[in-house]
Design a protein around this ligand. Structure first.
Ligand code: RP5
Length: 176
């Protein structure tokens, strides 16, 4: 893991102002953005800067390899990878890095994400991908899970997560 000082030196553009990105959000196509946006939104709400990229394992393999193999050195601590169809983005990403990789299957195909779910979740033993639910709920939970990973060593992220849970509970009505 890169030091806090190394993270501050990172110059790549992130989605929340001020800090170097600690979470990368990759998606196989720009058409995946609507489904993946909840991951970026919830991380921003928790004060965690993310770096959002369109990177396809099959359409832009060189971009994918270059980004993922440099990610840890740049200060990225968790990678979220969302893709639809024959979704190998998360698995190939996990093969290229020791960072934890969270996969989000996207419902962009005629099979409505079931294909992407099976492709993402059924990793053979040896290269793990933590797979979330299909679509926006999975993207939101990937952001929350990434924050929970950072919270193990970062008290400010832990506090932000605790406040998020409190707000969420308070927003649930006691009666319909
Ligand atoms: C996958 O193919 C992408 O992740 C996307 O979900 C799907 C369709 O991509 P486009 O044809 O819309 O670019 O690789």
């Amino acid at each position: 893991m890169a030091s806090r000082a190394a993270r501050k030196k990172t110059t790549a553009k992130g989605r929340a102002a001020g800090a170097a990105p600690r979470v990368a959000i990759l998606m196989g196509s720009a058409s995946d953005w609507e489904a993946m946006k909840p991951a970026a939104d919830v991380l921003a709400e928790l004060g965690v800067t993310s770096d959002v990229r369109v990177i396809s394992a099959h359409r832009t393999p060189a971009r994918h390899h270059a980004y993922v193999t440099a990610a840890e050195q740049r200060g990225i601590e968790v990678i979220i990878a969302g893709a639809g169809g024959a979704a190998h983005l998360a698995g190939v990403t996990a093969a290229l890095t020791l960072l934890p990789v969270l996969g989000v299957p996207i419902d962009s195909s005629p099979l409505q994400g079931l294909d992407a779910l099976l492709a993402t979740v059924q990793m053979p033993g040896g290269i793990p991908v933590g797979t979330l639910a299909i679509g926006k709920a999975g993207a939101k939970n990937a952001g929350l899970l990434a924050a929970a990973i950072l919270a193990r060593k970062d008290a400010s992220v832990r506090s932000a997560l605790a406040r998020f849970r409190e707000r969420q509970a308070a927003a649930v009505p006691e009666r319909p």
